[in-house]
Design a protein around this ligand. Structure first.
Ligand code: FAD
Ligand code: NAP
Length: 331
């Protein structure tokens, strides 16, 4: 088992893994609680919002570019004195305290508490044209981008609850919404299916997959569809394509160490960010498949830091008490 002490180990009271809204918020709170946090940025410094354009639902900013917002958060974190490390955690050992995280270059980080804020990413269809128009008509988040499609035509890909809810949400803005599904039955639950059927703006496109995203260089103009039964190709005009075929939480690293649901989201205690390992907290998209928003992730980052602070206070108090000191332990 790797050592958690020694000259090659960087030691902190709280290690935050991830630099999206959840990780950055946890870092600010932990720094202000004088916990001298260390934050490992990971493969995408700033997280998912760095790959989008306008964000119009971040409180206090009518409209802000995602990369700018995350750069500002990063600056705030650094000014608060957080030790920000450009590394990617490749391995963790949560079986004993202090916990150990190992970077992909071999650096070792030992910490009394860990906040896991590694986020999630949308699954994409894997088409070159989809990548080309991402952010210019192709999106994986109707809550984020639906507003831009007022009076326009949108298409959603997928047959699960997310796809149906995205399609229904888009009907608040779009004049028409196509739901493209590769089979002839939906995976979504009955309630969602009934809502879909009752909505006159939605039209189902069964047994179809998107073969190509069509565009004029500036934005999406439609999709080329392939019939999954006979391969016949047809065209559908739309200005927005929302891909809703699932998300993957970045939790492979914690498999077998933290309890997860069957899709790999980290399980936390209700109303808390506490994971199955005392002292390890999870915040943001890594534990939330319902809301997946910057503001909810930031809120959970705040919760995780406060819970970590409370945990540390309890631990420190217990340790001092064990040595004969007189302390009050936080509830
Ligand atoms: P993320 O932002 O996913 O950040 C995860 C962090 O973990 C990254 O910094 C990554 O580098 C790090 N990490 C991952 N693995 C490791 C590892 N092994 N070691 C170390 N670090 C690691 N939400 C809104 O509220 N409004 C919007 O308008 C909006 N628009 C969006 C547009 C797009 C295109 C996308 C993709 C998402 C959008 N969202 C929006 C959703 C929002 O971005 C997410 O809900 C939010 O970023 C989740 O924050 P997070 O901190 O949990 O994780
Ligand atoms: P999901 O249930 O896994 O559904 C993904 C859908 O995308 C499926 O219909 C699948 O088709 C389709 N798909 C997958 N890969 C595809 C590809 N490459 N091309 C075309 N289509 C593809 O994912 P989800 O809808 O994101 O939901 C995830 C979980 O969260 C589920 O458990 C869901 O019930 C839950 N959730 C619940 C609610 C709610 O209760 N209100 C809301 C949202 C999500 P097939 O059907 O053919 O496999």
């Amino acid at each position: 088992m790797p050592e958690t002490t020694g000259p090659l180990v960087r030691r902190s009271k709280i290690l935050i893994i991830g630099s999206g809204p959840a990780g950055y918020t946890a870092a600010v709170y932990a720094a202000r609680a004088a916990l001298a946090p260390m934050l490992v940025e990971g493969p995408q410094p700033g997280g998912q919002l760095t790959i989008t354009t306008e964000v119009e639902n971040w409180p206090g900013d009518e409209s802000v570019l995602g990369p700018d917002l995350m750069a500002r958060m990063g600056e705030q974190v650094r000014k608060a004195g957080v030790d920000v490390v450009g590394d990617l955690i490749a391995e963790v050992d949560l079986t004993r305290a202090p916990f150990l995280a190992i970077g992909d270059g071999g650096a070792r980080y030992a910490a009394d508490t860990i906040v896991v804020a590694t986020g999630a990413s949308a699954r994409w269809l894997g088409l070159e044209s989809e990548t080309e128009y991402r952010g210019r008509g192709v999106s994986a988040c109707a809550t984020c981008d639906g507003f831009f499609y007022r009076g326009r035509v949108c298409a959603v890909v997928g047959g699960g609850n997310t796809a149906v809810e995205e399609a229904l949400y888009l009907t608040n803005f779009a004049e028409k919404v196509y739901l493209i599904h590769r089979r002839d039955t939906l995976r979504a639950d009955r309630t969602n299916q009934a809502r879909l059927r009752a909505n006159p703006k939605v039209e189902m496109v069964w047994n179809s997959e998107v073969a190509e995203v069509l565009g004029d260089g500036g934005g999406v103009t439609g999709v080329a569809l392939r019939d999954t039964r006979d391969g016949a190709v047809s065209h559908l005009a739309a200005q927005g394509l929302f891909v809703a075929i699932g998300h993957d939480p970045a939790t492979a690293l914690f498999k077998g160490q933290l309890r997860m649901d069957d899709e790999g989201y980290i399980l936390v205690a209700p109303g808390s960010t506490a994971t199955s390992v005392p002292g390890v907290f999870a915040a943001g998209d890594v534990q939330d498949k319902l809301f997946r928003q910057a503001v909810t992730s930031a809120g959970m980052g705040c919760m995780a830091a406060l819970e970590a602070e409370r945990y540390l206070a309890g631990r420190d108090a217990h340790a001092i008490a064990a040595e004969g000191g007189d302390v009050r332990v936080l509830a």
